[in-house]
Design a protein around this ligand. Structure first.
Ligand SMILES: *Cc1c(COP(=O)(O)O)cnc(C)c1O
Length: 368
């Protein structure tokens, strides 16, 4: 009744597209937030078989779930909570992003208890103002890492761009290079510098370093949320589908759904679709978003409710059971995640990551 169809072949294709643009750098597939709503285990298995170099997640817990599912590819987790289980992370060979001394001390303790060497990626905040060491504290963090000797091994140094403007990003790239130089001056050796996500990887080929971190583009979505994924050769992997659950004829002047955002102007047919904001269809898109039935677009003129929305389909021969595409691959003529994002005043990332509720995920394609 409600399906998120995930095309694993599209994900493999998108990995190849982004790899071809990565100037020979390694590719980290970012699978945080349940692989942007696509299913972290299934997507990670597919990426592993397709030869991705690294997987990236925010939380240690996300990394542990992938290890429990039998994923062996190196995984980096970078967003930590005081309660995170660093011992389990080390035992499961999860690389850890490090932003400050407090995290380093907890990791050193976990390394001492488990006897494992902690694999670290030191994160420098080059301007985003989010996760990472400040420039001011960077030298202190580097010295503390050196003082730990063999208990830790620095695998990489990384940062993240704000994508505010080309100039702002170029300033961050300069700061990144200085932070890397500082680490080398202090005698820290490491193999991987990584800075760009999907958008930066497309915008700054000169900043691919040894690895790029690709999230949204793997799922076939335009990292700039400008509905141009096809221009980049990307294929959207998620199609959100439902079926018409009721059709009924109502007279002119009939109110439709809460607050009567829409009232019928003629005798017409109303089609009910069992997808609501509980499934991640944004209520803010009421009156604006379009869906596709049998290749024809219908605007959701009435208020999207928790479980359902209603379309005024006029005299079109819509029947119970007809497939309704809420969004998918725009090149097939259906609305895209970007279209729905625009209707809801947000970005495609937020659309796909929040798809859930009573949707069932269905995987198609070989994934290889
Ligand atoms: C989410 C995230 C990414 C991936 O970003 P996309 O824009 O989806 O490619 C890369 N790096 C970090 C640190 C992130 O948090």
């Amino acid at each position: 009744m409600r399906t998120l169809r995930i095309n694993l072949d599209a994900i493999v294709h998108n990995l190849d597209v982004m790899r071809a643009r990565a100037s020979g750098a390694k590719v980290m597939g970012v699978v945080k937030a349940n692989a942007y709503g696509h299913g972290a285990v299934e997507v990670s298995r597919t990426l592993e078989r397709a030869g991705v170099d690294y997987l990236g997640v925010a939380d240690v817990q996300e990394a542990l779930e992938l290890r429990a599912a039998g994923i062996h590819t190196p995984i980096l987790a970078w967003l930590h909570d005081p309660a995170d289980n660093f011992q389990a992370a080390l035992s499961q060979k999860v690389d850890l992003g490090i932003a400050n001394l407090e995290q380093l001390e907890r990791i050193a303790l976990a390394a001492a208890i488990t006897g494992e060497t902690a694999r670290l990626h030191l994160k420098i905040d080059t301007g985003l103002g989010r996760n990472g060491s400040t420039v001011a504290k960077w030298a202190e963090l580097l010295d503390a890492v050196l003082a730990l000797g063999e208990a830790v091994r620095v695998i990489g140094i990384f940062s993240h761009l704000s994508t505010t403007s080309r100039d702002e990003d170029l300033t961050q790239i300069e700061k990144f290079d200085s932070a890397v130089a500082e680490a080398k001056r202090r005698g820290i050796s490491f193999d991987l510098r990584h800075l760009t996500a999907s958008d930066g990887s497309l915008t700054f080929p000169e900043a691919h370093y040894e690895m790029v971190r690709i999230g949204v583009a793997l799922y076939g979505l335009d990292p700039f949320s400008t509905n141009r994924s096809a221009e980049f050769g990307l294929i959207p992997a998620m199609t959100a589908i439902s079926q018409v659950s009721q059709v009924k004829t109502v007279p002119a002047g009939h109110g439709v759904s809460y607050n009567f955002l829409h009232r019928t102007s003629n005798e017409t047919n109303l089609a009910l679709i069992p997808v609501g904001y509980a499934e991640g269809l944004p209520r803010a898109a009421s009156g604006k978003a379009e869906v596709s039935i049998g290749g024809k677009r219908y605007r959701i003129q009435s208020q999207i409710a928790m479980d359902q929305f209603v379309l005024d389909v006029g005299n079109d021969p819509i029947r119970v059971g007809d497939e309704v595409v809420i969004f998918g691959d725009a090149s097939l003529g259906v609305p895209s995640a970007d279209d729905l994002a625009t209707a809801a005043g947000t970005i495609n990332y937020e659309i796909v990551t929040r798809m859930g509720g009573r949707f069932q995920r269905e995987y198609v394609g070989e994934g290889l």
